[in-house]
Ligand binder design. Structure first.
Ligand code: NAD
Ligand code: WQD
Length: 362
């Protein structure tokens, strides 16, 4: 299939482009690079051996989108393009509504104009808010606690309305839990702007000596060790689920909404220890006050994705930590710094690989 990947230069989008290309699909990235770097394109080519087509486009520009979709003959769209920082969304909700909701409406209109009927949408476990029970099933009550979460829920709902009004339109809503890790090559990964909010990039930063210690938000949750529990999922497993969802839409002509997680809850302290083992680095930490808006524990029931897509997460927490650390070590300044794998020798102890992860200590 020929796929438009909106937001394909970003963290999850870039890994999904690798999975799509490796599966033989044809990919065009559409991105405004508001939270990504064009340098990812050369890295994608290096990993896959295929030059990746890319168009700079902003989802808020409906006419540009329509022109883009009419210029190509896409079979489907995967839609990653969104602003995603929870705290930031509380400070500037209108920007989030405009980018994530209006941007999606523009995309849907452009898809209608170009007669494209298949969409894979990046939703989030954030639509469950503070779930009443774990593991969380797709039928659980939906509730949101911040403007970012609201954009995900609203978009799921408006896409649902569109599917009702237009039976030939099919969507895969993929509710990600906590994506972490990086491609085993160390060439692409998560490159947050400024000081990271999320746990794994912050752990990487501490392990690299760029922050003195990790603040663990709360040690008194009703969890086995008192720290928050989440369902971390390796980004390459997540990427594979997009390929499977796309093929499900093409083969079955039916919409679906599924959780994408491992089904296993991991505490903050467990993740810190796994990271120390995988990297050989210490991660000093202190336990501080709970972070406002955090919940004690969330993990997925991923069995529906298994039943419908035949997908399940393959990689464990050790692989997530090892690959996150490899990316951090090889790219201390993310995409803006020294470029690993473009002629310079990679850092000692790390060889970029195109294959599966192998045990690695530094
Ligand atoms: P990311 O910021 O790395 O990638 C998003 C990409 O979209 C970036 O390349 C950005 O430049 C682009 N973009 C944003 N607004 C755009 C616009 N108006 N026009 C064109 N391009 C635009 O984020 P990510 O972590 O890869 O997340 C991808 C998707 O998955 C997002 O929709 C996010 O909400 C969702 N999600 C992420 C997580 C997570 O923890 N990373 C969890 C659940 C859901
Ligand atoms: C994980 C755990 C923190 C940082 C967020 C969004 C969610 C989704 C994924 C997009 C929690 C603890 C964290 C730190 C810590 N994104 N923590 N110290 O909050 O589960 O989910 O990202 O859809 O919508 O809300 O992820 O990585 O921020 O936190 O102790 O410096 O790590 O309290 O228990 P979260 P996270």
């Amino acid at each position: 299939m020929r796929i438009l990947v909106c937001g394909g230069a970003g963290y999850i989008g870039s890994h999904t482009c690798v999975a799509l290309l490796e599966r033989g699909h044809d990919v065009v990235i559409g991105d405004n690079f508001s939270n990504s770097s064009p340098k990812v394109l050369a890295r994608l080519q290096r990993i896959t051996g295929v030059p990746v087509a890319c168009e700079r486009v902003d989802l808020r520009n409906r006419l540009a989108l329509i022109r883009l979709l009419l210029r190509h003959r896409f079979d489907a769209v995967i839609h990653f393009a969104a602003l995603k920082a929870v705290g930031d969304s509380c400070k500037r909700p209108l920007e989030y509504f405009q980018n994530n909701i209006s941007g999606t409406i523009n995309l849907l209109q452009a898809m209608q104009a170009a007669n494209i009927h298949r969409l894979v949408f990046s939703s989030s476990a954030t639509v469950y808010g503070d779930p009443e029970a774990v593991p969380v099933q797709e039928g659980a009550r939906l509730q949101v606690t911040n403007p970012y979460g609201r954009t995900k829920l609203v978009v799921e709902q408006l896409i649902g309305d569109l599917c009702h009004s237009q039976p030939s339109f099919h969507v895969a809503n993929l509710r990600y839990f906590n994506p972490v890790g990086a491609h085993p090559s160390g060439l692409i990964g998560e490159d947050p702007a400024g000081i990271p909010n999320n746990l794994m990039p912050y752990i990487c930063r501490v392990a690299a000596g760029r922050s003195r210690r990790l603040s663990i938000f709360g040690g008194d949750y009703p969890t086995p060790d008192g720290t928050g529990v989440r369902d971390y999922i390796h980004v390459t497993d997540l990427a594979q689920a997009h390929v499977d969802a796309l093929e499900y839409l093409a083969d079955n002509g039916r919409s679906l909404t599924v959780n994408l997680g491992t089904g296993r809850g991991v505490s903050v302290l467990e993740l810190v220890r796994a990271f120390e083992d995988a990297s050989g680095r210490k991660v000093p930490y202190e336990i501080v006050e709970r972070r406002a808006g955090d919940v004690a524990q969330v993990w997925a029931d991923p069995s529906l994705a298994r039943r419908l897509l035949g997908w399940r997460a393959q990689l464990d927490v050790d692989a997530m930590c090892r690959d996150a650390w490899r990316w951090q070590f090889m790219n201390p300044d993310g995409y803006s710094g020294r470029v690993a794998g473009t002629g310079r020798r990679p850092a000692r102890g790390f060889a970029p690989t195109n294959g599966a992860t192998s045990p690695l200590r530094i």
